[in-house]
Design a protein around this ligand. Sequence first.
Ligand code: UDP
Ligand code: MG
Length: 310
Amino acid sequence: MNQLISIIIPAYNEENNLPIVAAAIEKVFATIQYRYEIIFIDDGSADNTVAVLKQLAAKNDCIKYILFSRNFGKDNALSAGLQKAKGDAIVTIDADMQHPPEMIVQMVELWQQGNEVVYTYREEKNEHASSFNKLGSSLFYKTINRLSDIELEDGTADYRLIDRKVVDVLNALPENDPFYRGLVKWVGFTQKSIPYTPNERSFGETKYSRRTLTRLALRGITSFSTKPLNIAIYLGFTFSLLSVLYIPYAMLSLYFGWDALSGWASIIVTIAFFGGLQLMILGIIGLYLGKLFMQNKQRPHFIIKETNTN
Ligand code: UDP
Ligand code: MG
């Protein structure tokens, strides 16, 4: 019995791309000896994505779909796909053909050689990306590598193959805001990275504006590190220290009569000192509150409206 490979494709307003990507994947599997299933996740599209998906599924039994009740974001779409996939290995890939589907062959080979995760990173920087986006992207990878204890390669993509063992681990994580690019690295196992050169998007345009990219970056960083919360603590320390240094000056000015108002020195020193101290304590509380908050939001991270997977 051949092994089964699940291909997971999140799709948000991709009506024109779906037939192309489905055909490309069918072509790949015509050349290798594996069974496959394609699971499309409609992430609350407003165009004809759902109708197109149903047509594709009617023509090919290997094509499944999961329809979300609204837009929940790409990582949650991946999450739903990972839970429904039955494959011995799972490949996640974008719907817009930017991730070259023919690379699946190479990924599967590397998997057969014992790699439990085969992930890709963008090698040639997208020439069409604005310099703002390029700068933002490299800044993001630098920050997350510095603040957290995972190491992400610059340009790590959501195009990867994951062995069943690792998928089971990922599915068991009670993460309420999964950031798979980081999580997949975080779980460990034998990993192998390969470079890819992104194609141009075949139809439509990117779903990520600068604002959503910034939000994604912040989400990535905060889901792997609580260090940003420490800022308040460091600020608190700094101000407390500065106010302590201020004490000798205040005393001298009292002695030499530099200040006209008496009582001013002691008041300003007290205010500065306690201001700093309060910020510091607030920072510590914030640290714990942030953790509790994240843990407490036990909402489902996606809602399935309809599916033909079982
Ligand atoms: N996507 C999604 N939900 C969203 C945004 C994007 O499922 O809210 C899908 C989209 O359909 C595509 C993939 O995620 O298959 C990558 O999106 P896009 O090509 O817009 O991102 P980029 O390649 O520009 O980073
Ligand atoms: Mg894209």
